[in-house]
Design a binder for this molecule. Structure first.
Ligand code: 4GP
Length: 834
């Protein structure tokens, strides 16, 4: 790298490389410098917000030096890069993560203390970067951390939404959505006004034949919107590697506003174009596992995909390699179907713009892409109407038809005369209007398709993508079980536990190789270790109890069992079953004498999560949880025996506080519906036990930690179909305990019964699609086993320690290495000064 710096600049460059801070004093100097110059404030009125900003800027400076070096290293190495295309990156806060990954949090802590600040308060000033809905977006963020930490040449590409996922307020027990404007001051991004791409929409296609008889298609007219790059540095842990997340922001191509309109007095319309262009990257769609075909969403997708591909192709072209080497240099991973248009866009670039033959281009395309599926729920599978496509992306629609034609011809050769097969696998659904099936396009356009946990990967092969297994053979379909980064989800979220573990494993190396956790199992009978283990959990619960008091006004006893379900609210995740279970517990307690009640294990049931704004049933579930809390928490007979808490605005930074404080967490989806789940991994890694169904990654967690350490219940995925069939065609009765719960609700115990009738009738009158009643008995019984196990505190601690020790498999590092080897075919880059 050094040799590449021109002679006149080299001396200054070298001096700059060693600047930044080495110790507390150097850090303080940098903070003061940023307060007084960058922020243009004076130290005498430096508040916590200013301290946060200056501290972030000081760390950002360091990151940027490493970022520059990493980019140069990758350019010189000229080896294959991976590009992770995700419409969501749920990053959370950056400062704490940067300090820890760089390894200088202690320095910052001491420096800030000397300047009169507590580091915890400074960290709290940061607004979460909430550019995602839930699991899919957070997985992408964990992957970026692993890619950088493992020294892979990797870029993330996403959208820079002006508004992330809405902020949730609970008012009178109802969810109210408030916009999340998070960009007022964001030191973690760099606008790259020099990196822009013109993106075309609408217009029409003309075709002509050239001298060689080849058809040339040209996409003309329509409108142009500008994509501007914003770069976010991603620090690796204990390595200088700092990767890039590039987020695109939309801007009007025609500059500021229309002077002509302005001058003619049409003031309002003079800014209309600009506003329309900026709308594209304005909001994150708040859908979790629901698809709604809105034009703006398709526009977002194409905008982002086209800008990213332009960037990727530009980088490849710099190497002056022949096109056929593209897949040796570039791997692109499609995080769900949202970026599937990239398949079509690359084909368009190669055929229309670069003049390659169809076949050659298509080979390059399919060898470049991999597709990850995150759900088997049919309502979440993206489809776009053909007329919408025709209007917005006329050339792409033609290409999709061609891709489909060649694909169906190949299917026809393999399955002659099987018209039904052709209709089933076709990229175009012959409905009214016709629809483009994005998952089919993603499969056809990729060389590998993966699910995110073993059960899920098996299910996609036997259900939604069954026909494709016959068409392409089983090898195209694979599994990569999800993982989480232990840096954020252990080291950052639970510093005391991380420290205790490193004191026993001998170093912090377990944060790079999570299988080293196994070493702590030797200490599971060590008295002092166990005591410390229990104390850490208790301290984390005290912290959460304080937060609960502050935000809800409810006192909870930290010695009670903390039972947590935090995730997006969805019927398939079955928060309704949890709250029905809580009501059952409440009714049971009420029916007992005060003496008998005392034998009960005190519990705090904690919920958190957002409902998609248009998802009526999910909102009803939130309302019932709050209504039950209002009654139970104020019932003198009950006291500390049961508390019901709904924590508003669940997000990444709240997760970092809640997860380490749980004794038990609930992962109770109807078997076969939760693709993997990743919070299950986070809870166990922090010493909490799980109550769960045989679904998603729960199954692999059980295999790793042992059946004795998890509370499994409920029907199996393989039986769900038959049970549902029986609901529809046979007779079914609601579980008697659940009937009592419904009666209590209908009597008005928790307020206006009509407010909750949707939830009741879904079970009682509409076929109970999610098997709430079928699983209820086994759920209640298993909760009783939990109470019993918890009363044996020593036994519980043993389970907790054993579980953590056996969680090594669930690191996102393992997961990324599997993608690298099995799908991307890339190797880490050697980093010398590591
Ligand atoms: C989620 C799945 O629901 C979850 O099971 C999985 O762990 C996660 O992706 C990561 O693979 N899906 C979404 C979504 O978040 O928006 O479809």
């Amino acid at each position: 790298v050094e040799a590449s710096i021109p002679e006149p600049q080299r001396k200054a460059w070298l001096a700059h490389q060693t600047s930044g801070f080495k110790d507390k004093d150097g850090f303080e100097t940098e903070v003061v410098r940023h307060v007084e110059t960058t922020l243009a404030r004076s130290m005498y009125n430096c508040d916590e917000q200013a301290a946060y900003s200056a501290c972030s800027l000081a760390f950002r400076d360091r990151l940027i030096l490493e970022w520059n070096r990493t980019q140069q290293r990758q350019t010189f190495a000229d080896s294959k890069r991976v590009y992770y295309l995700s419409l969501e990156f749920l990053m959370g806060r950056a400062l704490d993560n940067a300090m820890l990954n760089i390894g200088q949090k202690d320095v910052a802590k001491a420096g800030l203390a000397e300047l009169g600040f507590r580091i915890e308060d400074v960290i709290e000033q940061e607004h979460d970067a909430a550019l995602g809905n839930g699991g899919l977006g957070r997985l992408a963020a964990c992957f970026l951390d692993s890619l950088a930490s493992l020294n892979y040449s990797a870029w993330g590409y996403g959208l820079r939404y002006r508004y992330g996922i809405f902020k949730q307020e609970i008012i009178d027990g109802y969810q109210v959505e408030v916009p999340d404007y998070w960009l007022d001051f964001n030191p973690w991004e760099f606008p790259r006004h020099d990196v822009t791409v013109d993106i075309q929409f609408y217009g029409h296609v003309t075709k002509r034949t050239d001298d060689n008889g080849k058809t040339i298609a040209t996409w003309e007219g329509g409108e142009i919107v500008k994509a501007v790059a914003y770069d976010v540095p991603i620090p690796g842990y204990a390595t200088p590697s700092t990767n890039n997340l590039r987020l695109w922001s939309s801007k009007a191509a025609s500059g500021e506003f229309d002077f002509q309109k302005f001058n003619s007095g049409d003031y309002e319309n003079s800014v209309a174009d600009q506003q329309r262009a900026e709308t594209i990257s304005a909001v994150l769609y708040p859908n979790d596992n629901l698809d709604r075909g809105k034009e703006l969403r398709l526009k977002q997708q194409y905008f982002w995909v086209a800008a990213s591909l332009y960037d990727i192709v530009r980088r490849f072209k710099k190497s002056r390699r022949p096109w056929k080497e593209f897949p040796d240099q570039v791997a692109i991973q499609l995080n769900d179907t949202h970026p599937t248009l990239a398949v079509v866009e690359l084909q368009r670039i190669l055929v229309d713009l670069e003049g390659l033959d169809w076949e050659e281009a298509w080979n390059i395309v399919t060898n470049t892409f991999g597709y990850t599926n995150h759900t088997v729920l049919p309502e979440a599978l993206e489809k776009w109407s053909v007329p919408l496509f025709q209007h917005l992306l006329p050339r792409h629609l033609q290409l999709i038809y061609d891709i489909n034609l060649f694909f169906l011809q190949s299917v026809e050769r393999k399955f002659p005369k099987d018209r039904e097969m052709l209709a089933r696998v076709s990229i175009i659904e012959e409905s009214q209007p016709k629809m483009v099936r994005m998952a089919h396009l993603a499969i056809v356009g990729s060389h590998k398709v993966n699910g995110v946990a073993e059960l899920h990967s098996d299910l996609i092969k036997t259900t939604i993508f069954k026909d494709f297994v016959e068409v392409f053979g089983p090898d195209k379909f694979t599994n990569v079980t999800n993982g989480i980064t232990p840096r954020r989800w252990l080291h950052q979220a639970n510093p005391r536990l991380s420290e205790l573990i490193s004191s026993k494993t001998g170093s912090q190396n377990f944060l790079k190789d999570l299988t080293e956790l196994a070493k702590i199992e030797h200490y599971k009978d060590d008295k002092a270790f166990r005591k410390e283990w229990a104390e850490i959990k208790y301290a984390n619960k005290v912290r959460l109890a304080k937060h609960i008091k502050k935000t809800t006004g409810v006192d909870v006893n930290p010695s009670a069992l903390f039972d947590v379900q935090v995730k997006r609210i969805h019927e398939y995740k079955r928060q309704q079953m949890n709250i029905f279970g809580v009501i059952h517990r409440y009714l049971t307690l009420k029916s007992l004498s005060p003496e008998e009640r005392k034998k009960f294990q005190p519990r705090v049931s904690i919920f958190g999560g957002k409902a998609a704004p248009g998802y009526w049933m999910a909102k009803q579930i939130i309302h019932l949880i709050n209504a039950v809390g209002a009654v139970v928490n104020n019932d003198k007979d009950i006291g500390d025996l049961l508390k019901v808490i709904f924590l508003e605005d669940y997000n990444v930074s709240k997760a970092e506080m809640i997860i380490p404080a749980s004794d038990l967490s609930e992962h109770i989806s109807t078997a076969g519906t939760e693709a993997s789940g990743t919070s299950n991994m986070k809870f166990v890694l922090n010493g909490g036990l799980i109550i769960g169904t045989c679904d998603g990654a729960n199954i692999e967690i059980t295999r790793e930690i042992g059946e004795q350490n998890i509370f499994l219940f409920g029907n199996l995925a393989e039986d769900v179909e038959d049970i549902r069939h029986n609901h529809t065609y046979g007779s079914y009765t609601v579980d008697p305990d659940l009937v009592k719960v419904f009666e209590a609700i209908e009597k008005g115990t928790f307020g206006e019964p009509n407010d909750f009738m949707g939830m009741i009738s879904a079970v009682r009158d509409h076929g109970d699609f999610y098997l709430v009643s079928d699983d209820f008995h086994s759920y209640i019984e298993t909760q009783e086993l939990v109470d019993k196990a918890y009363r044996d505190q020593e036994g519980w601690i043993t389970k907790s320690i054993e579980s953590v020790a056996r969680m090594g498999f669930f690191s996102s590092d393992r997961c990324i290495n599997e993608y690298a080897e099995g799908i991307w075919n890339i190797e880490p880059l050697a980093v010398k000064d590591q």
